[in-house]
Design a protein around this ligand. Structure first.
Ligand SMILES: *[C@@H]1O[C@H](CO)[C@@H](O)[C@H](O)[C@H]1NC(C)=O
Ligand SMILES: *[C@@H]1O[C@H](CO)[C@@H](O)[C@H](O)[C@H]1NC(C)=O
Ligand SMILES: *[C@@H]1O[C@H](CO)[C@@H](O)[C@H](O)[C@H]1NC(C)=O
Length: 203
C-alpha cells in the first residue's frame, strides 16, 4: 500500500513537473527553486506548522510558484490544499519523497536565446584583440632590429679585429725597419733575433 502510494505521489508530482516545460527556463528555474525551499522547510521542520501555511498574497510565492498552473499542480499533487487566501499542508503529510522527485528534476538548462545573452562576455573584444596584434607586431619588429644590430655589432667587431691585426703587423714592420736602420748589418753577418727587438730605455 505504501509502495503504491509512493509511486502515485511520485507519478503525479513528476507529471505536474513536466507542465513546467511550458514556462521560460528562467521562470521554470525560479519555480523549481522556490518549491525546493518550501518542501525542504517542511522536511527539515516536520512539526513546525509555520512552514505548512503559505500566503497566496506573498508576492514571491505567488510570482514564482502559485501564479503558474504547473506550480499549483505540483503543490496539489504533493498534498497542499487551498484554504481561503492560504495554501496549507496537513500535519500528517511527509514531503521527503516529493522533495527528492523535485530535486531529480532540478537541472534546468538555459535555452539558446538566454545562453547567448548570458554568455556575451565570451565574444572576443575586437579593440583588445587589435591592440594585442599591434603589440605582437611591434615586438617582432623590435626583434628584427635587434638581430640586425647584433649582426652589425659582430661585423664591427670583426672589422675592429682586422684593423687591430693590421695595425699590429704595421707596428711589427716599422720595428723591423727601424731596427734594421739602427743596427746595420755587417757584410755576411746574419742579424740576431735580439737586434730585431726595439731597444728599451734608449740603451
Ligand atoms: C514570502 O515567501 C517567501 C518564499 O516562501 C518567504 O521567504 C518570505 O519570507 C515570505 N514573506 C513574507 C512576508 O511572508
Ligand atoms: C518521511 O518519509 C520517509 C520515507 O518514506 C521516512 O524515511 C522518514 O522517516 C519520514 N519522516 C518523518 C518525519 O516521518
Ligand atoms: C536576448 O537578446 C535578444 C537581442 O539580442 C533579445 O531579443 C532576447 O529577448 C534576449 N533574451 C533574453 C532572455 O533576455
Amino acid at each position: 500500500m505504501a509502495g503504491l502510494n509512493c509511486s502515485l505521489i511520485m507519478g503525479s508530482v513528476e507529471a505536474a513537473l513536466t507542465l513546467l516545460d511550458d514556462l521560460s527556463t528562467k521562470d521554470k528555474r525560479a519555480c523549481i527553486e522556490l518549491l525546493i525551499r518550501i518542501f525542504r522547510n517542511v522536511v527539515s521542520h516536520p512539526d513546525d506548522s509555520k512552514y505548512r501555511t503559505l500566503k497566496i498574497t506573498n508576492k514571491t510565492f505567488n510570482g514564482d510558484v502559485w501564479q503558474h498552473e504547473a506550480g499549483r499542480m505540483v503543490m496539489k499533487a504533493a498534498g497542499w490544499v487551498t484554504i481561503g487566501d492560504t495554501v496549507q499542508l496537513p500535519s500528517h503529510v511527509n514531503l521527503t519523497l516529493e522533495l527528492q522527485v523535485i530535486l531529480a528534476n532540478r537541472e534546468v538548462k538555459p535555452d539558446e536565446r538566454e545562453w547567448r545573452n548570458e554568455t556575451k562576455i565570451i565574444v572576443p573584444n575586437a579593440a583588445k584583440q587589435r591592440e594585442e596584434e599591434l603589440r605582437r607586431k611591434a615586438l617582432a619588429e623590435k626583434e628584427k632590429e635587434m638581430a640586425i644590430l647584433r649582426k652589425e655589432m659582430a661585423e664591427r667587431k670583426e672589422i675592429a679585429e682586422r684593423i687591430r691585426a693590421e695595425h699590429r703587423r704595421d707596428q711589427e714592420t716599422k720595428r723591423v725597419k727601424s731596427a734594421a736602420k739602427a743596427v746595420p748589418r755587417g757584410k755576411g753577418e746574419t742579424s740576431k733575433m735580439t737586434d730585431l727587438l726595439p731597444k728599451s730605455g734608449g740603451g
